[in-house]
Design a protein around this ligand. Sequence first.
Ligand code: AMP
Length: 654
Amino acid sequence: MEKLTIKDVDLKGKKVLMRVDFNVPLDKETGKVSDDTRIRAALPTIKYALDQGAKVILMSHLGRPKGQKIPEYSLKPVAERLSELLGIEVKMAPDLVGPEVKKMVEELKDGEVLLLENTRFHPGETKNDPELAKELASYADIHVNDAFGTAHRAHASNVGVAQYIPSVAGFLMEKEISALGKVVENPEKPFAVIMGGAKVSDKIGVIENLLEKADTFLIGGAMMFTFWKALGYKTGNSLVEDDKLDLAKELLEKAKNKGVDFVVPVDAVIAQEMKAGVEKKVVTMEEGVPEGWMGLDIGPKTIELFKDKLKNAKTVVWNGPMGVFEIDDFAKGTEEIAKYLAQLDAMVVVGGGDSAAAINKFGLENEVTHVSTGGGASLEFLEGKELPGVKSIADKGKKKRRLMIAGNWKMNKTNSEAEAFARKITQLTGGSDEKVEVTLCPPFTALPVVVEVVRGTQITVGAQNMYPEDSGAFTGEVSPLMLKDIDVDYVIIGHSERRKYFKEDDEFINRKLKAALKHGLTPILCVGEVLEEREKNLTFCVLENQLRRDLDEIEANDVQKIVIAYEPVWAIGTGKVATPAQAQEAIRFIRELLAEMYSEEVSEKVRILYGGSINPDNFLGIIVQPDIDGGLVGGASLKESFAKLVEIARKIAL
Ligand code: AMP
């Protein structure tokens, strides 16, 4: 699951909206930050963005103000601490959104930092309110998500904004995704899982998911007693979940059937109270825990047994302490396992919450591969769930089809200009490659010269129009035969300007498509709605009408060759660009319609481009959408910025 990271994007001069986790403890008396670990953890990502010349706008929640502006939850003390750590002034916004904040954002210079006020001062944050998300997104060009701890929640500041601007991972997020992703998706074997902590019920999902992948499963913590009881042993006053006994039996049975070595402790340290300094003893599983006593740690034989079971492991996931590690008398099991893992030659991932606190207590956090910072988020990740705050980050290299960046030059450039410009683009892009096809569509007059310039570069060439007859008395027209004869590959058909100014209708477009296909020219078919139609909610209806008529009697075999370009007419040459979500929604609709008209297989093959005011600043958000396979570019195709679009596409292609 590779995601786009802050390193994959150009940040120079850009406004970067960064979601970090500054949910830090504050000193009750002084109001200052009492533990700045989380602020320090975010520094590498913030510094990187500043070094790249970005304007950094930071967002975080702090505590649970539940949608109210409660001064004690203000992030002001964080701004002060962050200023000290960065050695530059961190400006503090009076709110999360609003005219004053907007003004501060607009006045921000390259290399400056602005911290917005607590995201949870607004009820829209936890509701993932689109209006709030849109407003936040309007402040920036790009969103950086570095808050893994909230990744299991779909909030406006982490997930909502990604509907409007592209979201990429910060360094902390990248590390979490890569470590947890590796153990969940592709652990090196033998793979051992150690589960502990208070309750089986909190971790059923994780156990069930990892049972599918692990070779060895070691159970400690209070949850071991639910297994003891399920196996018929005495548990005294230990913490047992009586309603989970059947589940424990099921899990033991499941493990057996799957050939997983599921190990329940053979002894335990017990006491009469959960307190330091009380009398304690060790009992075996067979002896069980007597009435009036409770199990508070794994016993010495179990520690040795667990070490033996772990010795060959190449991957280990550890979630939950082995005992009540907060009290030294019952910390030995947790400490011994932590120390053993620290020296093991294996990928060791410690999953969140209390096991992270435990490993920190013994000062071993740097001796393992990864200690996850997320509690709920890491549990859900280990359960195999797709976290909304990870899903919303743009995927890298997950494109199903080869991308196409096609430049429609329209009625621009004389032959000498066309020749020079085609040369420039060839040089800047280095031609097409297996990931991204570069296509130039000059006016008719410049086709031969452009074809010559790009020969041998894999750059393809398209015409902007043609007449659907081979030859004849059609004054002023150009036939598919003529285009084919000069080695043209594509032809744009049904562009909105032709539909509007030259009154081309769907029947005529259908004839052109058939004629192009007959001669081995690949059509780039344009469809799209006008503003009035969008405002009346007729977008899908218009697209369906156009496609059904344009593709009438065209067979599956031919359709899968066609490139379709969705060009909302209101976004062409107007500077208005569809939001990534609008573009994806329409293009998804087209893909589903093709599946219905032909088949899923055919629909999955067709490349569908977006067109309409694309430029290097808005393109990333568009191209990361799962169903969008490239762009049909107007204005920006006449300038060198066209090569920038190719560069952006290459970063996320295949
Ligand atoms: P969790 O958040 O589920 O990982 O649970 C961690 C908590 O479980 C820690 O506070 C431990 O003190 C507690 N714990 C571990 N072992 C036991 C036990 N045998 N009896 C009671 N609590 C335990």
